[in-house]
Structures are given as structure tokens and as C-alpha cells.
Write a protein that binds this ligand. Sequence first.
Ligand code: ADP
Ligand code: ADP
Length: 226
Amino acid sequence: MNALEISGLQKTYAGGTQALKGIDLNVRQGDFFALLGPNGAGKSTTIGIIASLVNKSAGTVLVDGHSVDTDLVRAKASIGLVPQEFNFNQFETLLQIVVNQAGYYGVPRHIAKQRAEKYLKQLDLWEKRDSAARTLSGGMKRRLMIARALMHEPKILILDEPTAGVDIEIRRSMWEFLKKINEQGITIILTTHYLEEAEMLCRNIAIIDKGQIVENTSMKSLLAKL
Ligand code: ADP
Ligand code: ADP
């Protein structure tokens, strides 16, 4: 079974912008997959639809085999989402943010606490666990969002421009972390407008432009063509 199966996906926003013009996309389980494209291409819209934060206009989306139309709860539970914008409560502590997130997914509190320790340590945030999120640097906030997205142990991690505005040192450590959890079995899908990031990390890639997939291939064959 594929982690993600998208077919004929269209999105027209109120106001008339045709953000997606019928895209098809399959991502295999265990893959590390990049959706690459310039600003305005439709990457965030695609991710928003997969995560059920944005309504689609047409097409089908299966997440880990669950339709977002008929099996929304299971489709959502299969995904951990790391959005572009910092959307946590800046006045809560890191521990509160990640433990509460697990609560939304019905994870028992004692397990949530164990996971919080595990992921905050792996992402080098454990020292900061009792600090308010607003005191973190930008790179730390990005890592916090990754820890939060993993708290219900989803099969698929989706990251929207994960290293935007992150300095090179931190970016490399985030890349290492993502590679490691991918090797442990989680499917990773990320968007980026920057080929080097896709090249460093991803096995397969789709290029999106003006709401259409213009290339969908392995990273190797794409690089061979360039
Ligand atoms: P990307 O993530 O690749 O930068 P987006 O999916 O954000 O692209 O945007 C695709 C297109 O849809 C753009 O033309 C953008 O202006 C438009 N768009 C995105 N979100 C909205 C919205 N909420 N309302 C109207 N238009 C939108
Ligand atoms: P909001 O009103 O802030 O959008 P939601 O109920 O949509 O609240 O989500 C609550 C929290 O869970 C938010 O911080 C949001 O980013 C996060 N979230 C929503 N959907 C997912 C998902 N599929 N995976 C992981 N986190 C999610």
C-alpha cells in the first residue's frame, strides 16, 4: 500500500485562483519524498489538502489507504504535520505543547510524557522543556514543531519548507534527524523551493509548477538529467 495516493486533485480558491489543476501523485511507504517548486506553485495547498486543513475542489486523496472524504479521523491520525508558520502557543512551555498535542490524539498521559522526553532529547530541546516557547530561537521553534508532530507516532511526517530561515548548522542537524527517523521507517514528505535540500535528503521527487506536476521521478534520474 502507498503512504499517499492522490489522483485528479484540483483546488480553486474562493476568488478564482486555480491553485491545483488536476495533480496525480503516489508516495511509497518508507519513502523520503520531495515536492519541489517555486513560490505560488501549489505546494502548501497540496499539503493542506493532505492534512485536511484545506478543502479540495475535485479529486481523491488516500492517506495510508484512508480516504480524506470517508475516513477522515484515520487519515489525520496517519499524519504528523509540520506547517510553515509557528502555530503553537508561545506562552506555553515546550513540555506543555508536546504533551497536549499527544492528548488531542488520545495518547495516554504517561506515554505522552515518555515520548516528550524522547523526542525533545533527540531534537536537542530537552534542556528547554520548562521554558516558554517564545524564548526559543527560530531553529529551535522549527524543531519543536517536529517534536510535536511526532507525538502521536504517525506513519507519515509532512513538512512544509522545514528549514526556511534556519541557519546552515541547525539545518544540517535537522537533516540528520530526518534521515534517521526515515531509516527507522517513517515516510517523509517535504516541500522545498530549494533543490539542494531535496538532493541531500530525498529518494523521489515531484516538481510542481503553476498547479501542475511537471516531473515525477527518482532523485537520481533527475540529477542525471540536469
Ligand atoms: P506554494 O506553497 O507552492 O508557495 P500555495 O499553495 O501557497 O503555493 O499557493 C498556490 C496558489 O494559490 C497561489 O497563487 C496562491 O496565491 C494561491 N493561494 C494560496 N492560499 C490561498 C488562499 N487561502 N486563498 C486564495 N488563494 C490562495
Ligand atoms: P487550529 O485551530 O489551530 O488550526 P486544529 O484543531 O486544526 O487547530 O489543530 C490543533 C493543533 O494540531 C494545531 O497546533 C495544529 O497545527 C495541529 N494539527 C492539526 N492537524 C494536524 C495533523 N494532521 N498532524 C499534526 N498536527 C496537526
